[in-house]
Ligand binder design. Structure first.
Ligand SMILES: C[S@@+](CC[C@H](N)C(=O)[O-])C[C@H]1O[C@@H](n2cnc3c(N)ncnc32)[C@H](O)[C@@H]1O
Length: 276
């Protein structure tokens, strides 16, 4: 497969369907991260915005509300299941959802803001993709996105993964730069990519927060074995192994839970901003 084809296939398969189904839970889990990247982006009335890798469109709707009737948001994603979810319930006049590869899509020029919540780490040729995206910004336009720091710094990854690893054979180490959630974990590499793409005033700041997994260890475990790095590890696992992992992750969450309160796992992200 060439270019972004394997990611396009991935996000249009069972993973895209599951993300769409879990969207409400995902949005609840990611509320701290959302607040941080929306504050960094600071969209204002009348602005023209691109939301890259918009998924089911929660941030796109927040951006559309912020720019108001005089502004416009174009929200782009490759995943049909997620775009179906994004369009459900109607779309405001100042928001459009577009199914396209953001690295290749012919955008109108002159946007004020390029935004993403965890949607820009999946490009096969990231410097070329960001150079292409920069072309959609007006001179002096800005970019703001949030992406993951190393998996090892994120409890939402390490805790369920450690449990799951006791049930499946060891995996070969993954290429840390391959397209995927942790492709921008190394800030020097990320800075190099954005610089090569022609961005200026690049700022990469740590954001430490929490993922709120809700108060049910069972639901939290179900979410973890169906989405994200633990789900990826279990891709080839049979139903019996998956069930064992799910109940062991549930027990781990239950042991961490205090007095029935929501289960909170640490998240470690980069908040990234730059100018065109
Ligand atoms: C981790 S999800 C984040 C979705 C959404 N921003 C959110 O926070 O809920 C990553 C998204 O990037 C999309 N994506 C991956 N590669 C893409 C590409 N080349 N162009 C546009 N979207 C892409 C996926 O389909 C997926 O919806």
């Amino acid at each position: 497969m060439a270019g972004n084809d394997d990611q396009i296939e991935y996000w249009n398969g069972p993973v895209g369907e599951k993300w769409a189904r879990f969207q409400a839970r995902m949005d609840a889990s990611l509320s701290e991260a959302s607040g941080a990247v929306l504050a960094l982006a600071a969209p204002t009335a009348g602005e023209r915005v691109l939301d890259i890798g918009c998924g089911a469109g929660t941030t796109s709707r927040a951006l559309a509300a912020a720019v108001g009737a005089g502004g416009h948001v174009t929200a782009v994603d490759v995943s049909q299941p997620l775009l179906n979810q994004a369009r459900a319930g109607g779309v405001p006049d100042n928001l459009e959802f577009v199914r396209a590869d953001a690295a290749a899509c012919a955008f109108a020029p002159g946007h004020d803001l390029l935004f993403s919540r965890f949607g820009v780490m999946f490009f096969d040729a990231p410097a070329a993709a960001f150079a292409h995206l920069r072309g959609a910004l007006k001179p002096g336009g800005r970019m703001a996105f949030i992406c993951w720091r190393p998996a090892a710094d994120n409890e939402w990854v390490t805790l369920p993964l450690e449990v799951a690893k006791t049930f499946v054979p060891p995996q070969p180490p993954a290429d840390p730069h391959a397209p995927g959630p942790f492709a921008f974990a190394d800030p020097q590499r990320l800075r190099g990519i954005l610089g090569e793409a022609g961005f200026q005033d690049i700022a990469i700041a740590p954001f430490d927060g929490h993922m709120d997994m809700g108060a049910s260890p069972k639901d939290a475990a179900f979410q973890m074995v169906n989405l994200g790095p633990t789900a990826r590890l279990l891709r080839e696992a049979d139903d019996d192994t998956r069930a064992k992992v799910e109940s062991a992750v549930e027990a781990m969450f239950a042991a961490r839970q205090k007095d029935g309160e929501p289960i909170r796992l640490t998240i470690a992200c980069w908040l990234v901003s730059a100018q065109a």
